[in-house]
Design a protein around this ligand. Sequence first.
Ligand code: F6P
Length: 357
Amino acid sequence: MIRIGMLTSGGDCQALNAAMRGVAKTMYNSREDVEIYGFLNGYQGLIYGRFRLLSYADFSGILTEGGTFLGSSRTPYKTIREPDENGLDKVAAMKQNYHKLQLDCLVILGGNGTHKTANLLREEGLNVVTLPKTIDNDLWGTDMTFGFQSAVDVATDAIDRIHTTAASHGRVFIVEVMGHKVGWLTLNAGMAGGADIILIPEIPYDIDKVAAKIRERHDRGSRFTILAVAEGAISREDAKLSKKDYRKKQENSKYPSVSYEIADRLSKKCGFDVRVTVPGHTQRGGTPCPYDRVFASRLGSEAAKMILKREFGYMVGYKNREMVKVPLEDVAGKLKMVDPKASIVEEAKMLGICFGD
Ligand code: F6P
């Protein structure tokens, strides 16, 4: 008998269900007797002992479903060692629930924060296998995370739709794309949607260069301009501030997000009416695209293969078109950012896309 505890933590994304189904189907199809316990709402379920014994039927019909049937929540790593409001030691509670259920391992699906806690649980002696989930594609140790391609589809669709209305009215439009502190989603959706300007956190922008690009397009007879702006985009001036000062600036900002500040500055510089569209959480919602369904299923299968071989302490990653095992201690606490010198950035520039640098 092999007993597995499964949980999904952090911001959700498409194909979480597909990934869990991949693990479960592979396990049930193996020769081992298997019990899978689902912890509800991420680490909260593991801390407070909220779980359900799952059956084959729970994993049936969920390949195409968005969200996570187990529920998710954010349980910040920063405070994981601090007792909760009732004085409960959260780490001790997670270990206790793991041992009470006599689990052989945990399968944890999550992004950056989730991986820090997963690695802590490994250090505490629990067997852990993780799967790389996030629309941001910012997990170190894997070229791709599931959810990313689906989010690229949604963000691209938003840019496509803005394109037609921007063209009709001759307007400048900003589409603000998610991605937290990295620009993978904006870069890919921006290129796919034919954005004229792409602003990402890894390449701090000069507002005058952005304004010059809009004017240049206008002077050449283009009636509209599309900017794909990452939610974490940062100006050259702001990039010089300390993290603390930048946070303070954002907290006191009159703008709801960076795009509104950029829009305001550009309107003043160019005299154009600059509109902002924020697709927000739609980028994480809805059904996974075919790529993510296949990719998440494969990752799930590989995780099960590792469990069957009793190989623990790894994230299943994807490197150079191969499935790989990445030690959790290597993943935890690192960000995979866009390299400003990467060929995709160079190619985008050759296509005439302005990054404001
Ligand atoms: O990490 C995924 C993500 O969607 C980021 O792109 C975004 O910055 C963040 O989560 C939003 O978090 P929340 O759903 O907690 O507002």
